[in-house]
Design a protein around this ligand. Structure first.
Ligand SMILES: [Zn+2]
Length: 91
């Protein structure tokens, strides 16, 4: 009776409100990649400076699909391609 139904406690993760900081150069990393996997979505972060080699400091963030609240926005980002073969860019 006292349970507030219709207000389920949904815990979601919005990667766009999160800050990813590099432990090496101490600056914030930016999202450079987004990929959908079977169980989770993968966000790739890199340092945007000349201090770090992205191959060394790159961050791979995995978010469980059912908790990921950022998919819509991530899909709008230019680096996201649903299907590489669907690119009408070729000549
Ligand atoms: Zn760095």
């Amino acid at each position: 009776m006292s349970e507030p139904e219709g207000f389920p406690e949904t815990h979601v993760i919005d990667v766009f409100v999160m800050s990813v900081k590099c432990g090496n150069c101490d600056t914030y990393q930016t999202i450079v990649g987004f990929k959908k996997m079977a169980e989770h979505n993968v966000y790739t972060y890199e340092c945007e400076n000349d201090l770090c080699d992205p191959n060394v400091t790159r961050t791979i963030l995995e978010v469980p699909k059912h908790l990921d609240n950022s998919v819509k926005r991530a899909e709008e980002l230019p680096y996201y391609s649903k299907d590489a073969s669907a690119e009408p860019d070729e000549t």
